[in-house]
Design a protein around this ligand. Structure first.
Ligand code: ADP
Ligand code: MG
Length: 375
């Protein structure tokens, strides 16, 4: 059992608080991704779990044992860094054997362990090379091999794919996912890249400013973000936000000629200002000449980006800006003014000040008495 539990963990450097009130349980065999903008405390969290930094508050348990005050080697973990941290003067074989030799394992045992991991990571043919004679992707696999021969209870990975080019990164994602499936080692993976988080984790933990904003499976995070920060951070291009006024059972946005009937479940909500969040795939360009339709708005198309499998349209109306994800064959040209329909069933409403979501989606029932007070 190598479950990892953080109980109310905090970390300060002097008077500077970097993490606070972190509560997280990573189940045995789970693959959890910590994601968030640079500086939000992801690496610090991993280093606290590894024992490379000491928590200033709270308790860390690994495999049922309180490891809060234990050194890294007593924690049954292995860590892989973005920099790989390979010894440049040693061959791949010696790099991998370094740990087992330090632990005085027998030569035959070390040789057979190296054969196993080299076979699994497809690096047999490079064992006698030095790291500088390897590509970035190969070096990254050597770093993984070195971590794997420890047979750790927990794998900690800090942006291990950041130094790879885009194509290799996508290959390496599948590779790591397969390795996790085969070995089932509890893995905590850190990235600032939301698409890596969406594709790799069985659970995503979104962080900002040293706190956990939301912890849930990828699609739940995408479809039901708890607040505006998560809604904005996950998804590319990001969710569009428009300020709307609630009055007389309608949502209206100045300068964008739209007027949306408030869904039944939101009737009775206080009048005031809200942010309407709509993902680019939930704004649809209407055929030319289509007259006003319900839940539609007029925008000028500023930029048209043909990506091959889809077309992204930059929309503008006064100071409001948005992005629409249109079909690959969309023929609109920059400068055209068109009507766009909002798929309001999939839109979200956020409180302007707290950023909290009022409803997961407008189609979901909501208890208006539990929503934040607007004003
Ligand atoms: P992330 O990995 O999410 O980019 P980090 O965990 O590296 O973020 O850093 C979080 C915050 O902690 C940053 O503001 C960083 O400057 C600060 N920090 C990290 N390590 C130290 C340190 N040794 N001393 C002081 N501040 C630190
Ligand atoms: Mg970091």
């Amino acid at each position: 059992m190598a479950e990892v539990i953080l109980e109310n963990v905090g970390k300060s450097f002097g008077a500077h608080s970097v993490l606070s009130g972190m509560n997280l349980t990573v189940k045995d065999g789970e693959f959890v991704v910590l994601v968030g903008p640079s500086g939000c405390g992801k690496s610090t969290t991993l280093q606290l779990i590894a024992g490379l930094e000491m928590a200033t508050e709270g308790v860390i348990r690994i495999g049922g044992k309180d490891v809060t005050d234990l050194p890294p080697k007593a924690r049954n973990i292995a860590m892989v860094f973005q920099s790989y941290a390979l010894f440049p003067h040693m061959t791949v074989r010696d790099n991998i054997a370094f740990g087992p030799r330090l632990r005085h394992e027998g030569k035959d045992k070390i040789d057979s362990e190296i054969r196993n991991v080299a076979d699994m990571l497809q690096i047999e043919q490079y064992l006698d090379r030095k790291p500088k004679a390897l590509s970035g992707g190969q070096r990254q696999r050597v770093a993984l091999a070195r971590a794997l021969v420890r047979r750790p209870g927990v794998f900690l990975m800090d942006e291990p794919l950041s130094n790879l080019d885009a194509k290799l990164r996508i290959e390496a994602r599948s590779f790591l996912a397969k390795m996790h499936k085969d070995l089932g080692i509890t893995t905590i993976y850190v990235t600032h890249d939301q698409s890596e988080a969406m594709t790799m984790g069985s659970r995503i933990v979104v962080m900002s400013n040293g706190r956990i904003e939301q912890s849930a499976p990828p699609l739940q995070i995408y479809n039901h973000p708890v607040n505006r920060f998560v809604a904005d951070f996950i998804g590319s291009p990001a969710m569009n936000f428009f300020p709307v006024k609630v009055a007389d059972g309608h949502l209206a946005c100045e300068r964008i000629a739209f007027d949306i009937s408030l869904p039944d479940q939101l009737r009775g909500i206080d009048e005031g200002e809200l942010a309407l969040g709509v993902r680019p795939e939930h704004i649809h360009i209407l055929p030319k000449g289509v007259a006003d339709r319900e839940n539609s708005a007029t925008f000028r198309v500023d930029v048209v980006q043909h990506l091959g499998h889809e077309t992204l349209l930059d929309l503008r109306a006064g100071e409001h800006h948005g992005i629409c994800r249109a079909g690959a064959e969309e023929q609109v040209v920059p400068g055209e003014t068109r009507q766009f329909e909002f798929d309001i069933e999939h839109a979200h409403l956020f409180d302007m000040t707290s950023g909290m979501r009022l409803t997961a989606q407008l189609s979901e029932p909501v208890d208006v008495h539990s929503t934040p007070k607007l004003g």
